[in-house]
Design a binder for this molecule. Structure first.
Ligand SMILES: Nc1ncnc2c1ncn2[C@@H]1O[C@H](COP(=O)(O)OP(=O)(O)OP(=O)(O)O)[C@@H](O)[C@H]1O
Ligand SMILES: [Mg+2]
Length: 508
C-alpha cells in the first residue's frame, strides 16, 4: 500500500507542566486497518488519542487527514472530521438515556421547535440495530454495564459514519462474551473501511486483532511494524527497552499453617464456600466474570453482609461488620474497580497511599509526616512508580499508575491475609512483572495471598492452587503446576466432563 494514509500524526508534542508527555510522536492510520498503539503505563497513548479527539490541545505537530492538515480544537471538530473515540475511563452522564446520548448535538425537533422524543427513540433503536444490539434506548445510560455503554458509543460512531475509531483499552472491564461481541464489531468496521486505533495491554488480543502496531516509550515514538513481522517478544522489548523472559517464573514456595479459613460462607447468591489459604501460599480464584469471585472476597472482607458461615484468621474468628473491622482483623483487600477503590482523585499520591496506615505513623493523634512520606516513597519505589509523582493528584496519573497507587496503599498496611482482585488489570507488562514479584515476596514473608484473576495464564502462572468458581460456588480445585487453561475454562463454563475441546467460545 503506497497510497496516502487516511490519517497521519506528525511530530506531536505535549507538555503537562514539567512532564513531557509526548515528544515529537508520529503515527499513521490506513483505511480498513486495525492499528494497535502499545506502551507501558504513562507512555503517552491516551494523551495522543485525546489530542486526536479534541479533548486536549497539542503544543506542537500536525494532524493530516486525506493528505490535508486539519485542526482539531474540540471534540466537536473531531466529530466533524469523522473521528470517534471510546475513552479509557468512560465519562457518561448517568441520568441521560441511551437515546438522548445517541442524539446528542443533533437532536431532532418537532415542527414546534421542541425536542422530538419519539424520533429520538426511534432513531436510537435504528442506530443500535445497525450494530446488532437490542439495548433498550429508553434506559438510563448509567444503568448499563461498561460493555453495553461501549456498544452505545460504537453505535453512535457507526451512525455518524466515523472514518476513524479509537478504542482506548476497551476490553479492560468487559466480560468474555462482551469482548467477543466487540471483536466481531471491530471486524465489521474494518471491513467497511474504517481505520481503527486499538490500545490494549493484552498481547494475545492485539495479535488477534491488529494489522500493525506502533510502540511508544516515555512519550517518544519507538517504531511501527506489521504483526506478521514482529513477535510478542519484539514488541515487549520495544516497550520496556529490554527482554522480559518468563513472566511467571518463581522459585517453589513452601506452605505453612492455615492463615485464612473460610467455612460455609454464604451471601446473596453466593455459597456455601469453603476455602483455606496457608501462610506462604498464593491461591487464585479463577472463573468467568459474574461467577461470584469478587462477592466471595467482599464477604470475607466485611464489605457485604454474610448470611452464614465462618471466617477465621490464624484460628481467630473474624466477623467484621465493615471493612474497617476486617482491616483490624488482619485482612487487606485491593478491589477490582479503580474508580471504586476509594482513591481520592483530587488528592496527592502521598495522601492516597498513606491514608489507611496513618495509625502506624501517629502518636496521640499526631501524624509523623516525614516518616509516613518516606514509607510512601519506598512503596512507590517497589512498584516502580516515579518518585516525583508523590505530590501529583492521583487523577493526573495514567490509568495503570493509578492501579499501582491503590496497591501501594495496601502494601503499606501490614496484613496477614491479602486479597487482590484483578491486581494487574490495565497494568503494563513491566509493572505486571513487578506485581508478580511482589505477590511472591508477600507469600514468602508468610502472608496468605488470595488473588482473583480473569487472565488465565496469569492465574495459573502466579499461584500454587486454583479455585474455579461458577455460579457462586467453588466447583473445582486444582494444583497450578498441573493446570491447563483448557481445563480451568471447562470448569468455569460448566462444560467439564462433556465433549473435550468444547470449552472455547462456549458462551459466545
Ligand atoms: N491531565 C494531566 N495532567 C498532568 N499530567 C498528565 C495529565 N494527563 C496525563 N499526564 C501525564 O502524561 C503522561 C502520559 O499519560 P497517558 O495517560 O497518556 O499514558 P498512557 O500511555 O495512556 O498510560 P496507561 O497505559 O496507564 O493508560 C503520564 O506521565 C501522565 O502522568
Ligand atoms: Mg491510557
Amino acid at each position: 500500500m503506497t497510497a496516502e494514509p487516511l490519517l497521519r500524526l506528525e511530530d506531536v508534542t505535549k507538555r503537562f507542566g514539567a512532564t513531557l508527555a509526548l515528544d515529537n510522536v508520529r503515527f499513521d492510520l490506513r483505511a480498513g486497518e486495525v492499528h494497535a498503539l502499545m506502551g507501558e503505563n504513562g507512555a503517552g497513548k491516551s494523551t495522543l488519542m485525546k489530542i486526536l479527539s479534541g479533548n486536549i490541545q497539542r503544543d506542537g505537530g500536525r494532524i493530516v487527514m486525506d493528505g490535508r492538515p486539519i485542526d482539531i480544537r474540540s471534540p466537536l471538530d473531531a466529530r466533524a472530521h469523522g473521528i470517534a473515540i471510546i475513552h479509557q475511563e468512560l465519562n457518561t452522564i448517568p441520568a441521560m438515556t441511551v437515546a438522548e446520548n445517541l442524539s446528542l448535538g443533533r437532536e431532532p425537533r418537532t415542527r414546534f421547535g421542541t425536542l422530538d422524543r419519539r424520533r429520538v427513540l426511534r432513531e436510537a433503536r435504528e442506530k443500535l440495530a445497525r450494530i446488532g444490539s437490542d439495548i433498550d434506548p429508553a434506559q438510563p445510560l448509567g444503568s448499563l454495564s461498561v460493555g453495553m455503554q461501549q456498544m452505545v458509543e460504537i453505535a453512535r460512531a457507526v451512525s455518524e459514519d466515523a472514518r476513524v475509531l479509537v478504542l482506548d483499552e476497551p476490553t479492560a472491564a468487559l466480560s468474555r462474551a462482551e469482548a467477543l461481541q466487540l471483536y466481531a464489531l471491530i471486524g465489521q468496521m474494518r471491513t467497511a473501511g474504517v481505520g481503527l486505533i486499538y490500545i490494549s495491554h493484552r498481547m494475545e488480543e492485539v495479535w488477534q486483532l491488529a494489522d500493525r502496531v506502533t510502540v511508544l516509550r516515555d512519550g517518544s515514538y519507538v517504531g511501527t511494524g506489521a504483526m506478521g513481522e514482529l513477535s510478542p517478544e519484539d514488541v515487549v522489548r520495544m516497550m520496556v527497552g529490554r527482554a522480559m523472559g518468563d513472566l511467571y517464573d518463581h522459585a517453589p514456595r513452601v506452605a505453612g499453617d492455615v492463615v485464612l479459613a473460610v467455612e460455609g460462607l454464604s451471601g446473596d447468591g453466593i455459597g456455601p464456600v469453603d476455602l483455606e489459604v496457608r501462610s506462604g501460599e498464593v491461591v487464585c480464584m479463577a472463573g468467568l466474570i459474574g461467577s461470584g469471585r469478587t462477592e466471595v472476597a467482599r464477604l470475607i472482607f466485611g464489605a457485604d453482609r454474610r448470611s452464614g458461615g465462618t471466617v477465621a484468621i490464624d484460628g481467630v474468628p473474624s466477623r467484621p461488620a465493615d471493612p474497617h473491622a476486617a482491616i483490624a482483623d488482619g485482612i487487606g483487600m485491593v478491589p477490582e474497580d479503580r474508580k471504586d477503590q476509594g482513591l481520592f482523585l483530587d488528592h496527592s499520591v502521598e495522601i492516597n497511599v498513606a491514608i489507611s496506615s496513618l495509625d502506624r505513623f501517629s502518636t496521640a493523634g499526631v501524624v509523623r509526616r516525614a516518616e509516613a512520606r518516606q514509607t510512601v516513597l519506598e512503596e512507590m519505589g517497589r512498584l516502580h512508580l516515579r518518585k516525583n509523582a508523590i505530590d501529583l493528584a492521583v487523577k493526573a496519573l495514567s490509568g495503570g499508575n493509578q492501579q499501582k497507587a491503590a496497591l501501594a496503599r495496601w502494601l503499606m498496611r501490614d496484613s496477614r491475609v491479602l486479597i487482590l482482585d484483578e491486581p494487574t488489570r490495565g497494568v503494563d507488562i513491566g509493572a505486571k512483572r513487578e506485581i508478580y514479584e511482589l505477590i511472591d515476596a508477600l507469600a514468602r514473608a508468610g502472608k496468605a495471598v488470595l488473588v482473583i484473576s480473569s487472565d488465565l495464564p496469569e492465574a495459573i502462572g502466579i499461584s500454587d492452587r486454583l479455585l474455579v468458581m461458577r455460579e457462586g460456588r467453588i466447583v473445582h480445585e486444582l494444583s497450578s503446576d498441573r493446570a491447563t487453561e483448557e481445563e480451568v475454562m471447562a470448569y468455569a463454563t460448566g462444560t467439564a466432563g462433556r465433549a473435550a475441546g468444547a470449552s472455547h467460545g462456549a458462551e459466545a
